[in-house]
Design a protein around this ligand. Structure first.
Ligand SMILES: [Zn+2]
Length: 269
C-alpha cells in the first residue's frame, strides 16, 4: 500500500474516516494528563469489518467499554487535558509496542480476527502510520510542550476490563496499574481501599510492563513522570449513570491526590 510521506493521514484513512486522535479540554489546568488508548471502536472503511460480526465488534475485544464517558466527564471535572484514540484496538492496539504480536492481534481472547490473519508488513505499517503514530505523537508533543512551559504533568491512563476473562471471574471493581512509579499508585490505592463499597486491585487485573504496555512505559516512565493506569470493570460503567458516578468518584479522589502531592512537594505547592 502506498503511504503519503507528508506526515498526514495515510491512505488507510479516507475522507470519510475521522482522525484517530480526540482531545478534550486541551487548555485544562490540571497536572493530570488523561490518556485513553482504547476509547473507540471505529474501523477504517477500507478494512470493512475485519471479517467479524457486529456482536464481536461491540464487545471488550474491540474497545474498553464505558471508559469514553468516564474519561470525558473526568476531564471536565478535573479541568484536565484528555488525549484519546478513536479506532478499535483490533485495528492496532495503541497500548502495545508495535513489534509485539498482540499489536495487531490475529486472535483476541478466543476470537479469530480474519482481517488480521497473515497481514503483510506494509499493511501493518499503514495501520501504524495512520493511527498509532499520530496518537502517540500527539501525547509526546503535549508532554514536551508542558515540560517546556514548566507545567507539572502526571499521566493517568484510563482503561476498562471485562468482568470475566477466559472463563475466570474477576472480583475487583477497579484496579491501579503501575510498574516503576512508587509515588502516585500507593496514594491512589489507599484512597480506593478506603471507599467502603469498593474492591480495589493492586496491579490487578493487569500490571504494567514494557512488553505488554506502551503508553505508561514510553511517555511516563521513560521521562520519570508520575503516573498510574486505572482499570474499571466495564459492567459498572456500561451506561451513562455508571459513567457519571465513576467520574464523580474519581474526580473527588484525584482532587485529594493532588492535594497530597502538593503537600509532599511532589507537585509545586
Ligand atoms: Zn484498555
Amino acid at each position: 500500500m502506498a503511504l503519503d510521506s507528508g506526515g498526514g493521514l495515510s491512505l488507510l484513512l479516507g475522507n470519510q474516516d475521522v482522525p484517530p486522535v480526540l482531545e478534550e479540554n486541551a487548555r485544562g489546568r490540571s497536572p493530570f494528563l488523561l490518556t485513553c488508548d482504547h476509547y473507540g471502536r471505529l474501523i477504517p472503511r477500507r478494512l470493512g469489518d475485519l471479517g467479524l460480526p457486529e456482536s464481536e465488534l461491540t464487545r471488550h475485544i474491540a474497545w474498553d467499554i464505558g471508559i469514553a464517558g468516564v474519561a470525558e466527564a473526568l476531564s471536565k471535572h478535573l479541568d484536565a487535558h484528555l488525549i484519546a484514540q478513536r479506532y478499535s484496538r483490533l485495528v492496532i492496539d495503541c497500548n502495545r509496542p508495535p513489534a509485539a504480536a498482540s499489536s495487531i492481534p490475529s486472535i483476541s481472547e478466543a476470537t479469530t480476527i480474519p482481517g488480521n490473519e497473515g497481514l503483510a508488513r506494509d499493511a501493518a505499517e499503514a495501520r501504524r502510520q495512520a493511527i498509532f503514530d499520530p496518537y502517540h505523537g500527539r501525547i509526546r508533543e503535549i508532554i514536551e510542550q508542558r515540560l517546556r512551559e514548566n507545567i507539572p504533568t502526571v499521566l493517568v491512563s484510563l482503561h476498562s476490563f471485562t468482568p470475566v476473562y477466559a472463563g475466570i471471574a474477576r472480583p475487583w471493581h477497579i484496579g491501579t496499574l503501575y510498574h516503576r512509579d512508587t509515588r502516585l499508585p500507593p496514594l491512589l490505592l489507599d484512597l480506593l481501599r478506603s471507599e467502603p463499597d469498593l474492591v480495589a486491585g493492586d496491579n490487578e487485573p493487569y500490571a504494567v510492563s514494557n512488553e505488554t504496555d506502551y503508553t505508561i512505559p514510553v511517555h511516563a516512565e521513560a521521562r520519570g513522570l508520575m503516573n498510574t493506569g486505572i482499570e474499571i470493570r466495564q459492567d459498572l460503567i456500561a451506561d451513562q449513570a455508571g459513567q457519571t458516578q465513576w467520574a464523580d468518584r474519581l474526580a473527588r479522589i484525584f482532587a485529594e491526590i493532588e492535594t497530597m502531592l502538593r503537600a509532599q512537594r511532589l507537585l509545586p505547592a
